[in-house]
Design a protein. Structure first.
Length: 238
């Protein structure tokens, strides 16, 4: 056919539309996120708009300007470590529940955190101390997975060197690629031998003795403080 020229180059028609600054930001953000994931040098994608790691106060700006935000958020959820606080018995006291809820909500900006409660034993008054620890230990072990990194909050455990030392320890655990970190608070009589055998580490929050109820809100606050230290935020005063 004379009207068809397969090697003839046609010049595209001009649309009259210029590349906006926002489109340029989106393109750079997409390429930078892909490059960081390709090299596996960052735990979360980077955003060219904020020039900072996503997961702190800059997350709102990232979601506002980055068209890749939806995919990046899903990717971040897959990579983020899950932290769970496993306790024996429900929390007694509205002020304790309020404090735990406050810091649990704050932790949501840094990590996927949740608290699971093992119900108290029925007719515990008729059981001996060793029987209570053994039964509670079986319930604790049933909540743990094979790949979980289990840390017991125990008075005989190692004490971190202050809140900054705890934050540094937490960073080392995350750097190891831990997917699920479980902190366990036992009942009034402590842990059974089987639970001690399953634990990977034991931590002590203080040389003082706290009730197994009060230690919950103290630990959640310290966990939040550790993440603010790692993020360089002014919550913790050195």
């Amino acid at each position: 056919c004379k009207d068809f020229a397969p090697h003839q180059k046609t010049r595209p028609q001009a649309t009259g539309q210029s590349i906006s600054l926002r489109s340029l930001r989106r393109s750079v953000c997409y390429l930078k996120s892909f490059w960081c994931r390709f090299l596996q040098k960052a735990a979360v994608p980077y955003c060219s708009t904020t020039h900072a790691k996503i997961g702190n106060k800059n997350e709102r700006n990232r979601d506002r300007f980055c068209s890749f935000a939806g995919i990046a958020k899903k990717e971040r959820k897959k990579r983020r470590m899950v932290i769970e606080l496993l306790v024996v018995g429900k929390t007694v006291g509205g002020w304790l529940e309020s404090g735990i809820r406050e810091y649990t909500d704050r932790l949501g900006h840094y990590v996927r955190f949740g608290m699971s409660v093992i119900p108290e034993l029925k007719n515990a008054r008729n059981l001996r101390e060793e029987q209570i620890k053994q039964t509670e230990g079986e319930l604790i072990l049933s909540r743990l997975g094979g790949g979980d990194y289990v840390v017991l909050l125990d008075e005989g455990g190692r004490q971190p060197e202050g809140s900054e030392g705890f934050a540094a320890w937490l960073q080392r655990v995350m750097n190891r690629g831990t997917r699920r970190l479980v902190f366990v608070v036992g009942g009034a009589y402590g842990f059974s031998a089987a639970v001690y055998g399953r634990a990977d580490e034991k931590l002590s929050l203080s040389t003082l003795t706290y009730s197994h109820q009060m230690v919950r809100v103290i630990f959640v606050e310290q966990l939040y403080r550790a993440f603010t230290i790692l993020a360089g935020e002014p919550y913790h005063h050195r």
